[in-house]
Design a protein around this ligand. Structure first.
Ligand code: HEC
Ligand code: HEC
Ligand code: HEC
Length: 190
């Protein structure tokens, strides 16, 4: 009797520890060290000289996926100041409107924010090669995106991953008209 109770308790504890350990360690560091990231050579003399991702990225506004940083917030809040141009003659073009992509079936509507993109990218990165600059002119589907076309050229590669459905499908149909009106007002920002 006593023996069974003991072993039950022991195994329960062991099970709990196994389940909790990854949680505890992932809370301590959300980023793999350079030595363990499978990209850097652990024997390289650069180890110890290069900055660890956790040291650099933990200082920025946090997110729950990808490399765990909310890059749009980091830029808007001034936490980072990426250089906008190499040549002085380059004209930085910011566009503030949102495009609402409504062919989403049961899913909430997609709000495509030009501002969050043109803070990083030039128009030419998208127009006219990947997107015709006319609302509704692009036959975008989720399948195409998952295959790496349209939004999938960047999302899942250099921008937040496609598993974050609600960051793109962010507008419930019941609030669509209200959010469109708010978005039109916000277009006059600098
Ligand atoms: C990077 C942005 C983005 C992400 C992330 C994203 N979607 Fe989409 N999704 C779109 C766009 C854009 C469309 C096309 C809308 C249009 O053409 O009007 C779309 C269309 C859809 C459609 C409509 C049917 C179809 O096949 O086109 C469904 C359903 C859908 N997405 C589900 C999802 C689910 C589920 C997820 C998460 C696993 C997801 N999406 C993640 C941007 C995204
Ligand atoms: C990250 C990609 C991306 C960048 C960068 C980008 N756009 Fe767009 N643009 C889009 C998408 C996606 C649409 C929506 C197309 C659709 O509805 O099929 C769009 C739509 C447009 C439209 C049509 C809007 C409407 O309501 O009819 C214009 C005009 C436009 N873009 C101009 C620009 C200009 C000017 C720039 C640079 C300042 C720019 N875009 C930068 C992706 C981009
Ligand atoms: C040329 C590259 C590129 C394409 C194409 C692209 N994006 Fe993005 N997108 C980015 C980058 C870079 C960011 C900022 C980094 C991040 O948030 O991961 C971003 C951020 C976003 C954000 C976050 C805005 C915020 O305020 O946090 C949304 C929403 C988004 N993209 C939707 C879309 C949708 C929908 C499409 C397709 C219609 C699309 N993107 C196509 C590069 C791209």
């Amino acid at each position: 009797m006593l023996k069974i109770r003991f072993s039950c308790g022991f195994y329960t504890l062991l099970l709990m520890a196994t389940l909790l350990l990854p949680l505890i360690s992932s809370a301590a560091s959300k980023w793999k060290s350079l030595e363990k990231d499978g990209i850097h050579d652990p024997d390289s003399p650069a180890m110890g000289v290069l900055q660890e991702p956790a040291a650099a990225l933990s200082k920025l506004p946090q997110n729950t996926s990808g490399n765990m940083v909310d890059w749009v917030k980091a830029l808007e809040d001034g936490a980072i100041h990426p250089r906008t141009n190499l040549w002085p003659e380059t004209k930085v073009r910011i566009r503030n409107d949102d495009v609402f992509l409504e062919k989403t079936g049961e899913m909430p509507v997609v709000r495509f924010p030009h501002r969050a993109h043109t803070m990083w990218l030039d128009c030419k990165n998208c127009h006219e090669k990947y997107f015709i600059s006319k609302k509704g002119a692009n036959p975008i589907t989720m399948m195409k995106i998952l295959q790496g076309y349209y939004c999938g050229r960047c999302h899942g590669a250099v921008a937040f991953p496609l598993t974050e459905c609600d960051r793109c499908h962010s507008v419930p149909r019941s609030k669509l008209e209200k959010i469109k009106a708010e978005s039109r007002k916000a277009e006059n920002r600098k």
